[in-house]
Design a binder for this molecule. Sequence first.
Ligand code: EPZ
Length: 418
Amino acid sequence: MDKFKIVGGAPLSGELPVSGSKNSALPALAACLLTEEPVVLHRIPQVKDIATMQDLLTYIGAKVDSQDGTVRVDAETLDRPEAPYEVVKTMRASSLVLGPLAGRTGRARVSMPGGCAIGARPINLHVSALEQLGAHIEQSHGYVEAQALQGLEAANIHFDRITVTGTEDVMMAAVLARGTTVIRNAAREPEVKDLAELLNKMGAKIQGAGTSIIAIEGVERLHGAEHTIIPDRIEAGTFLLAGAITKGDVTVTGCNPEHIAALTIKMGQAGADIEDAGCCALRVRCRRRPKAIDITTEEYPGFATDLQAQYMSWMAIAHGISFITETIFENRFMHTQELARMGANIRIEGRQAIVAGEDRLTGAQVLASDLRASASLVLAAMMAEGESLIDRVYHMDRGYERFEEKLAAVGAHIERLK
Ligand code: EPZ
């Protein structure tokens, strides 16, 4: 298993370019199943989860060509409308093919995603919404089997709890349903809006994406389209925090500042100097230890749960005590024990992490547990005194494109040990 060897203490300085959003590319790739015409997607990040999704589309029967971040999907014939366990267990977002397959072919057999480090990750809300659209769902042997041989009927859907991929799954199922579906308590994440823009380019009639009420007027069929994926807001936020934690001067380019406003406001309150640096770029400078500032993770436009671990690494060296409350996932504090090995002083009480800032951390051998926790360990190691070894960096490779190359290019002492 690859490791990262990092020597801390080097302030980052220069430009960090942001790749396309993994969490927008995944539903966009699944959406290609909805038409027999080719779809071309640009700015697709070359990370493991995307490769897994591309393999899944090929398994289902689509032809997938990818070249330097542009992916062409031709789903003219789908001979295996299913997502097998061995694929889904490595990437739970495979459940995103459930809606498109049910909508396009009237059949879908998708393995239940296993849980993961951050929580149980059920898909009960996806399933109940698809049933309301008229799909007949069986759950057995670890698989969800959906049948809708007469096609899907529009419905009024209300999500008991906001779910990002649940909203995306149902939106994709509804585009070919008879009648107009309304989804209430929909997720408002930018990735949902981006998916709706792609679907509308393919001939769908979706209104309200990005708000909590989305209306989808069903159409007979969708046609091919070309679309560029939005920038990855979580990578952009991770890079801003990397600039601040190393007391550097970093410009994050190719991002959408609006998508990370909750983070930049909190970073400003903590003492980082963040300014617009021209179109789609933010510059962060931070010459001193941050002030302890509390955060609570919430669905968009609140503070993103996917940035909680990275923010905690910064608060580990803050002046004062910060309270970090995680409201989205039940077990997203795995990184705290690893940060403690580097000298961080963190106490967990239920959904809350109480972080008493230290004036410095020291390098240590640590273990990555999930995608975003591993990013938080890289940030802490770049600031800590001495050398750190981070094991299981395959978690990083799932969602960050050329992570160590980008950081090394702005002065980080980071190398990958095979
Ligand atoms: C998406 O996951 C993202 N993944 C996650 O990013 C992100 O952390 C999460 O949204 C929250 O923003 C992708 O977009 C591929 P949810 P998703 O359904 O859709 C519960 C990363 O690091 N729930 O919004 O799976 C669920 O357990 C990943 O890139 C149900 O109970 O998250 C959680 O507590 C990690 N039943 C809450 O809702 C359901 O049917 C929010 O989950 C679905 C969800």
